[in-house]
Design a protein around this ligand. Structure first.
Ligand code: GMT
Length: 376
């Protein structure tokens, strides 16, 4: 199949899912066209089936806001015609489903029917899309998609609660590529950069937005390190990072916390990690938690959104109500204090992650693509 994928090219979340999906589809012989404003961070262009088309938005002083949707929909039409693309898969409804619908209409005018699948990822529904200023257009573009998928049952339920959706929503969970999780033993000494042998390594990875409750990550760690030797790895960047650095200083734990910023070495960090913290206010899925579990890392998370579908309580970790940092720290200690308990949770985390192996999830997308292409 010839498939166009529209996504955000940034670190984390929907962009990573879209990129990994496209790359795996390309490995299976499909022709994949990424259409976005810069090259997705995890995209390696060495595969002959992978194309990348950049959407350029020329600056014009009259515009207070540059019209990205316009440029995206034009690019989509041009690329669909040039490469004879058969299907459009947009990740994150805003504004991709809207631009995709415009492209569909323009193509229809020329006698081309382009099926469009929209995958909802979370904040496009729960935070941004639900805003009254966007809601009408978001509802419209979801309803005008040929097929709609959501990354968890919880997100599907939220979408149906918050929007008047006429379309069926199919849950296709996020996935992980387990095969690539091997670490070269020659680099194993690098653990010493992060912690001593006696110290447990605790990690948080996110875009450091308010929704991630970064102060809770620090508070949980603060309580943990009072009882056991530990270090906290803070990976990622965003608006809450500086505040977090100040909080660590106030609490006197700055020497026990490493702020990495955005990193391309996430796999390496996770391979040494003993526990992952994700106390988010809301999380439609929690891909970062799954990525940690795929490295055999147990997770202490909130129980919001779809997290309970990924982090199984008492098996791969524990879940608490949002903001319950004391309980989160107690649960973390239950796992970390005892080597045998930690080993058991690590084993379980990996086996839960295996259920989300890309090999199990990708055929669900392929079936849907075929159905969408056959629709016209
Ligand atoms: O987590 C973020 O803020 C980024 C956001 C995104 O779309 O890039 O993540 C959302 O999509 C991810 C991939 O499907 C999910 O794993 C995250 O849970 C979801 N984030 C939220 O719902 C807050």
């Amino acid at each position: 199949m010839k498939i166009a994928i529209v996504c955000y090219p940034t670190f984390g979340g929907s962009g990573v899912v879209a990129t990994e999906l496209g790359l795996e589809l390309a490995r299976r012989g499909h022709e994949i066209h990424f259409i976005t404003y810069s090259q997705p961070v995890r995209l390696a262009l060495l595969n002959p089936n992978v194309h990348y088309h950049e959407v350029n938005v020329p600056e014009y002083p009259l515009f207070h806001f540059q019209p990205y949707e316009l440029a995206l929909s034009s690019k989509l039409v041009d690329m669909v015609k040039l490469y004879k693309i058969e299907l459009l898969h947009v990740h994150y409804a805003i504004p991709h489903a809207y631009a995709g619908y415009m492209a569909k209409q323009m193509l229809k005018d020329e006698g081309i029917n382009l099926p469009m699948i929209t995958t909802l990822h979370g904040t496009d529904i729960t935070l941004v899309g639900n805003h009254p200023f966007y809601k009408t257009a978001v509802t419209f573009s979801i309803n005008k998609s040929d097929y709609v998928t959501s990354v968890s049952q919880s997100l599907k339920d939220d979408t149906l609660k918050l929007f008047k959706i006429k379309n069926e929503i199919q849950v296709i969970p996020n996935f992980i590529e387990l095969d690539k999780n091997t670490i070269d033993p020659s680099i194993s000494c690098r653990r010493s950069v992060m912690a001593t042998e006696k110290e447990r390594i605790i990690t948080h990875i996110s875009n450091f937005r308010k929704v991630k409750r970064i102060p809770d990550v620090i508070k949980v760690f603060y309580k943990i390190q009072k009882h056991i030797s530990a270090k906290l790895m803070m990976v990622g960047d965003g608006p809450e990072k500086e505040k977090a650095e100040h909080l660590c200083q106030e609490l006197g734990i700055q020497d026990k916390v490493i702020f990495f910023g955005n990193s391309n070495e996430i796999d390496k960090i996770l391979s040494y990690t003993d526990l992952f913290l994700l106390p988010s206010e809301t999380e439609s899925f929690g891909l970062a938690a799954l990525e940690a579990m795929a490295w055999g890392v147990p997770v202490i998370s909130s129980n919001s959104g779809g997290l309970a579908e990924v982090n199984l309580a008492g098996i791969s970790g524990y879940l608490s109500n949002v903001g319950k940092t004391k309980e989160m720290a107690e649960n973390a200690l239950k796992i970390l204090k005892d080597d045998a308990v930690l080993a058991e949770f690590k084993k379980n985390a990996l086996s839960v992650a295996k259920q989300f192996d890309i090999k199990n999830i990708l055929p669900l997308y392929e079936d849907l693509y075929q159905k969408a292409i056959n629709k016209y």
